[in-house]
Design a protein around this ligand. Structure first.
Ligand code: FAD
Length: 420
């Protein structure tokens, strides 16, 4: 292109209007590849495809044909949702938004040639790559447990068959049996998740097996919404739940899946169900792309771009962004900021200042919902919390019921925001 007065003024006008200069591309349409069709990836793919109105080619790589949301998977355990209620397909993303949905694993990223290779063979070129692969477990995090043992001691921290298995195990517990949970260290996916799960398991046991016991071995001294959960456990499930925190050796744990034993600070207990939730790190493809610090992928708060590569963005649980908890709401919120920035970089559309929000609802018992949430902004260092809110202990039952109802509305909203 020759730079004449008209093109120069055109570009300057675009920049003055708060628009960004589009990236100069060798081929026709700019190409965005998204790896992972969960809360972050599906949202980003849908927003880029929807808002660019065909100007950008979007490919979504996701191995599963059905995505089971981890959010509300505890409610499935508790009998408040069916498995089919938390199952979603990618058909609308392809049919309505024209996204090229590839059901395969991404097994490599070549940052020089800007291609993503697939387990099934071949590779897909990108101008911008968005990674939202969720979490993987840290090898050897819980002594005696590895992924081979997940049928005997399920994690159920990626929803689907693991969640079904855990529910079947809870329902098959002998009368007066013991359910154990090994809780993870920070940071991890869904900070209130293990404690909502315990509440839901207690709800089921109270109805079917009221003399059963629950023990939680926890490496942490405190946990999300702790006083709310502890109040609820005392109110609804008195004497059933024993939380063993860091002070009582809750972090000094080993398990034996063949013998079905859990050893906490030297004391061995025979259990009937053991839900092991190991320490977590970014989904492996982020590490393979070379954008992690070994555990998580550091990103710039303004657009979720990787600190290691400006053409790669990392969303959701896999990212290390600052103050936001690793939640579906956070991933969805980050995806919209990223989609706007990626579209701006590729087409010159307006880029809005980054604003984020999150709320995590938890159900303790029927109609007893609690929540914690905050708004956030991008600073040069991180995504920083602006202000927050949390349910209070002692709230009346109408408010708790309304909080639960609010969570049902949120679920309907976020899943249609992800999948169309
Ligand atoms: C029990 C439980 C309860 C929860 N409850 C809530 C809640 O109430 N509210 C809330 O906001 N959050 C909740 N969460 C957290 C929420 O599920 C996650 O934070 C959210 O799913 C993160 O989104 P993500 O896009 O980072 O990862 P995911 O949603 O896990 O999506 C990652 C996707 O990437 C795919 N993938 C991974 N590797 C590859 C690869 N190499 N190639 C291609 N695809 C790949 C996976 O198949 C997966 O579909 C809960 C989590 C759990 C476990």
């Amino acid at each position: 292109m020759t730079l004449n007065r008209r093109t120069f003024l055109g570009t300057a006008g675009v920049l003055a209007a708060g628009l960004s200069a589009p990236m100069v591309l060798a081929q026709g349409k700019p190409r965005v590849v998204v790896v992972g069709g969960g809360a972050g990836g599906a949202t980003a793919a849908r927003y880029i495809a929807k808002d660019s109105k065909g100007e950008i080619e979007v490919t979504l790589i996701e191995p599963s044909r059905t995505y089971y949301t981890c959010f509300f998977s505890n409610l499935y355990l508790g009998g408040f949702q069916e498995l089919s209620d938390i199952a979603h397909s990618y058909g609308t993303l392809a049919a309505k938004y024209g996204i090229n949905v590839v059901h395969d694993w991404a097994v490599g990223v070549d940052r020089d040639s800007k291609t993503v290779s697939l387990a099934g063979g071949g590779s897909i070129p990108y101008d911008k790559l968005i990674l939202s692969p969720g979490i993987d477990f840290v090898d050897g995090a819980v002594e005696g447990w590895d992924v081979i043992a997940q049928n005997k001691m399920p994690h159920a921290y990626k929803a689907g068959s693991q969640t079904e298995l855990l529910k079947a195990q809870v329902l098959a517990m002998p009368e007066g049996g013991t359910f154990a949970m090994v809780a993870p260290p920070n940071p991890f996916r869904c900070p209130p998740g293990p404690y909502e799960r315990v509440s839901m398991v207690a709800h089921v046991l109270k109805a079917n097996n009221p003399t059963a016991k629950i023990i939680i071995a926890d490496p942490k001294a405190k946990f999300s919404k702790m006083s709310l959960f502890q109040e609820g456990w005392a109110d609804h499930y008195e004497g059933m739940i024993d939380w063993i925190g860091e002070d009582f050796g809750g972090g000094n744990v080993s398990v034996n899946p063949d013998a079905m034993t859990v050893t906490i600070d030297g004391e061995e207990t025979k259990v009937d169900v053991c839900n092991v939730i190991p320490a977590m790190k970014a989904g492996r493809i982020a590490e393979m792309a070379g954008v992690t610090d070994g555990n998580w992928a550091p990103v710039n708060a303004a657009d979720m771009s990787s600190k290691a590569d400006p053409d790669i963005y990392v969303l959701g649980d896999a990212s290390q962004q600052g103050d936001m908890p690793k939640s579906g709401f956070s991933a969805n919120s980050q995806a919209k900021v990223c989609a706007n920035a990626v579209r701006g970089a590729l087409t010159g559309s307006k880029i809005f200042p980054a604003k984020f929000s999150n709320t995590c609802w938890s159900l303790i018992d029927t109609d007893d919902g609690v929540k914690v949430g905050a708004t956030y902004e991008a600073t040069p260092e991180k995504i920083a919390k602006v202000d927050g809110f949390i349910s209070q202990t002692g709230e009346d039952s109408d408010l708790r019921k309304a909080t639960y109802q609010e969570s049902l509305g949120w679920y309907a909203g976020i899943t249609s925001d992800m999948f169309g």
